[in-house]
Design a protein around this ligand. Structure first.
Ligand code: FAD
Ligand code: A2P
Length: 307
């Protein structure tokens, strides 16, 4: 495989604010994204960052330091969250940053008690006007290629949609008005999002995504894997890797084009299944998937952020 030139990413802002001296932003909105009958709670939370020097690019993350102390009486450590807005923010004025946060909730393995995650609960319950300590931004793994003709394959589970929402806004929404926000990035490539969620009401940003698909059918393809409503060919839950297997021939053809970038974000557990599906189709052409993938990583064409 010929190696494509790595993108020029010299001006990527990192660690403008560190944990010892975080930026104190303000919550300007906090909205539920899970519809009636869906599982759990996931919020779209927007912070005002207009008072400082915080800048970021699509695909980066920020750290949040929750209020309070841990079991040892020490201040809580930061947690990372993928940014869900473009560098211009949801209001296109460069004054905000948005996150997409699922409240962690699980049964304690010994006591059976319901446990709620510290930072995700802090964020989920945040009120408009509350202060929030922000660090970062961090991350160079999930940046979009500068090439407006690139093919961009996005594989997400749950809140893994966050960076892809930012990508899609940058590709399609920000240039749609009278005054394009990204005159140097007039996306004319192919974007394909394969999105795994448990139930239909859990399709985060459903209206936005489907509106984009209707408006840009030649440039944006949207495929869902709704695990608890759809079945895979073996009769089990439909996961994203089953969709990858279903479209393996098409994906493999696309992936072999040098201007194709693949991004994976969300649950770590999906990676093995995706490799298996693409490994099988690559093997039909006598290609060793692990080696192929290694080369794509070196060429900055295979991007993974799982947690
Ligand atoms: P904590 O209070 O820190 O609890 C977490 C701990 O609970 C775990 O370490 C584990 O010990 C325990 N635990 C968790 N589940 C179970 C279980 N089922 N059984 C037993 N014990 C368990 N999250 C988002 O919602 N949206 C994002 O966009 C996002 N982006 C991320 C990007 C990156 C790069 C990374 C690294 C993580 C991202 N996360 C995201 C996850 C986020 O950082 C936090 O880990 C998450 O919100 C939980 O933090 P918490 O403080 O609520 O949980
Ligand atoms: P399920 O929970 O039905 O087993 P959310 O973050 O909103 O819970 O969505 C995560 C989605 O990813 C769910 O549909 C979940 O399915 C699915 N999922 C869980 N484990 C895996 C895995 N190992 N590989 C791919 N998808 C997974």
């Amino acid at each position: 495989m010929t190696q494509v030139k790595a993108e020029a990413k010299t001006d990527v802002p990192v660690n403008i604010y560190r944990p010892k001296n975080p930026y104190v932003g303000k919550c300007v909105s906090n909205e539920e994204l899970v519809g009636e009958g869906g599982i759990g709670t996931v919020r779209h939370i927007t912070f005002d960052i207009s008072g400082g020097d915080l800048r970021y690019l699509e695909g980066q993350s920020i750290g949040i330091i929750p209020e309070g102390t841990d079991a040892n009486g020490k201040p809580h450590k930061l947690r990372l969250y993928s940014i869900g807005s473009t560098r211009h923010g949801d209001h296109c004025d460069g004054k905000t940053v948005s996150l997409c946060v699922r409240q962690l909730e699980y049964k304690h393995p010994e006591t059976g008690e319901t446990v709620y995650g510290v930072c995700s609960t802090y964020l989920n319950k945040m009120q408009v006007g509350d202060d929030v300590k922000i660090t970062g931004p961090v991350g160079k793994e999930m940046l979009l290629p500068d090439d407006p003709n690139a093919n961009v394959i996005m594989l997400a589970t749950g809140t893994g949609i966050a960076p892809f929402r930012a990508f899609l806004w940058r590709m399609f929404k920000e240039n749609a008005g009278e005054q394009p926000l990204n005159p140097d990035y007039n996306f004319k490539g192919n974007a394909w999002l394969i999105f795994g969620v448990p139930t239909s009401p859990n399709i985060l940003y459903k209206e936005e995504l489907e509106e984009l698909q209707r408006s840009y059918p030649d440039h944006f393809r949207l495929t869902y894997a709704i695990s608890r409503e759809q079945q895979n060919p073996e009769g089990g839950r439909m996961y994203i890797q089953h969709r990858v297997a279903e479209y393996a021939e098409e994906l493999w053809k696309l992936i072999q084009q040098e201007n194709t970038h693949t991004y994976i974000c969300g649950l770590k557990g999906m990676e093995g299944g995706i490799d298996e599906a693409l490994g099988a189709v690559a093997a039909k052409d006598g290609v060793d998937w692990s080696e192929y993938q290694r080369n794509m990583k070196k060429a900055h064409r295979w991007h993974v952020e799982t947690y």
